[in-house]
Design a protein around this ligand. Sequence first.
Ligand code: NAP
Length: 264
Amino acid sequence: MIDVSREFVNNMFRLDNKVAIITGASGALGSAVAMGYAFAGAKIVASARNSEKLNKVVDEIRERGGDCLSFAADPTDENDVRALVKFTTEKYGRVDILGAFHGFNAPKSVLEQSVEEWQKIMDANCKSIYLLTKIVAEQMVKQGEGGKMVITSSARSKAGMAGYTGYCTSKGGVDLMVQSLACDLTAKYKINVNSINPTVFRSDLTEWMFDPESEVYKNFLKRLPIGRLGEPKDFVGLAIFLASPASDFLTGGNYDATGGYWSC
Ligand SMILES: NC(=O)c1ccc[n+]([C@@H]2O[C@H](COP(=O)([O-])OP(=O)(O)OC[C@H]3O[C@@H](n4cnc5c(N)ncnc54)[C@H](OP(=O)(O)O)[C@@H]3O)[C@@H](O)[C@H]2O)c1
């Protein structure tokens, strides 16, 4: 008999009874994924540094039937990350999924950027991923049932750009960290670690790029087979896939969410 059951196919994208920590949950991509994971059945601990915007996201997820708690934490601070994991295990008993959707950029020429600002970008995008994956992995290993880690990188992780010595370097680091984490964590502990590498998705920071009359938009579309920029909703399918049983054989991957940008 073919080893694919109806039940397996019907549930392969479900996250029922899973507990997910989501960082950057107040942001454009993190809030969309938090809503998606909640609708897919997961219990969510939504996190960001500032509570005000975060709590609005949490309220909306709850109003729409999701099971979601809020925990303010700075992902670059080890004590905060440990407190986030402790809060999650105290409230929901476990952690099955880490979704890291926070990030920061301050584009500036290497000649103008201070060492301190460069370090801030590296810490926000790279050190934070080390802390989160390490401390969540410690918890998952204790639980002994594996887990999924979905980390946001960028299309800019594989190619440099003017003003991006911090951002490109930090995201390139994320890609290699994800590959190395998979080597440490998957075969032995059944913890799959993958990144999603997006191009331009609509957010407060990128909204200006969505003006169809702007040169930036027109130039972008010349290299974008999909024919448009991304909406947060476009990001959710891949994020659910990489957290769900459907991706059990995938680890150490840097997955293209670029609308074809990497292909041409
Ligand atoms: N949108 C895009 O076009 C795009 C393209 C490529 C890659 N990405 C990546 O996708 C992820 C999410 O982006 P987004 O568009 O959703 O961004 P966003 O809407 O600006 O949200 C950013 C999130 O990260 C948190 N954050 C901001 N600065 C931070 C810092 N210094 N340290 C830690 N957390 C910080 C914010 O909350 P608090 O400030 O309250 O902590 C917020 O929750 C980021 O890693 C970004 O680099 C986005």
